[in-house]
Design a protein around this ligand. Structure first.
Ligand SMILES: CC(C)(COP(=O)(O)OP(=O)(O)OC[C@H]1O[C@@H](n2cnc3c(N)ncnc32)[C@H](O)[C@@H]1OP(=O)(O)O)[C@@H](O)C(=O)NCCC(=O)NCCS
Length: 203
């Protein structure tokens, strides 16, 4: 069993979510983009945040089924978002509260989780997926060095029970962390993603 571990750098601290974080998780998860791209319950209730923080996350660490971290400002400990590594698919997923996007937090959070997972032999290949058209997520994965492997059904059923078309990518421990060619990222910034009507998520 992997015990919950804190990962840190001068830019970020990744540690455990606490019951006191539930209110902020609830606030962040009111963002309509989460309905579109994540498979969290919708409408997202305060009780969903409580059970995620106090039930799901510790149980998943104990079961080695998903390692989830709070993404925090290292100085203030403010919760910025969440990142997780789900097993056995070894898929990485992440979100940030809207005020905290665009500051480079996800590249750093991904780097910390990926290098921890590889250095500790947790996995030697990490997968990633997002709903087709989730440009910010895809660019974040490309920037971390993932190789795009194509479009296919989501790994997990989404809240409507479907497996919507998703973009898939992998990063092997032996890969460089440089951005790779081959990503379908020609859409200009801010364009609505194709097929975005159906609820879907990552990881
Ligand atoms: C995905 C997410 C964590 C990325 O964090 P972020 O702070 O927005 O990331 P950045 O600002 O560093 O942006 C990453 C890249 O996406 C681009 N980007 C950001 N918003 C975009 C948008 N609306 N359309 C197209 N590209 C976008 C940025 O320009 C950047 O690209 P570049 O570095 O190649 O120039 C964040 O957008 C988020 O929480 N989204 C909602 C939840 C979600 O979709 N999670 C992933 C599920 S698979």
């Amino acid at each position: 069993m992997v015990r919950p571990v804190t990962l840190s750098s001068p830019l970020l601290r990744l540690d455990q979510l606490l019951p006191a974080d539930a209110e902020r998780v609830y606030e962040y998860c009111q963002d309509p983009i989460f309905e579109r791209y994540l498979h969290i319950p919708w409408p997202y209730q305060r009780s969903d945040a409580d059970s995620f923080v106090s039930g799901y996350i510790p149980a998943a660490w104990a079961a080695d089924s998903e390692y989830t971290w709070a993404v925090r400002d290292p100085e203030t400990a403010q919760l910025l978002g969440v990142i997780g590594l789900r097993l056995p698919s070894a898929s990485i997923g992440y979100w940030l509260g809207a005020p905290h996007r665009g500051h480079g937090h996800i590249p750093e959070a991904q780097r910390l989780v990926i290098e921890w997972a590889f250095a500790n032999g947790v996995v030697d290949t990490i997968s990633w997926q997002c709903l087709e058209g989730n440009m910010a997520s895809a660019r974040s994965a490309r920037n971390a060095g993932f190789t795009f492997t194509g479009v296919g059904p989501a790994i997990q059923a989404h809240r409507d029970g479907t497996y919507p078309p998703s973009w898939h990518a992998v990063l092997r421990s032996s890969d460089t962390r440089e951005p790779k060619d081959g990503w379908p990222l020609e859409q200009p910034l801010g364009d609505p993603p194709p097929g975005a009507d159906s609820p879907a998520g990552c990881g």
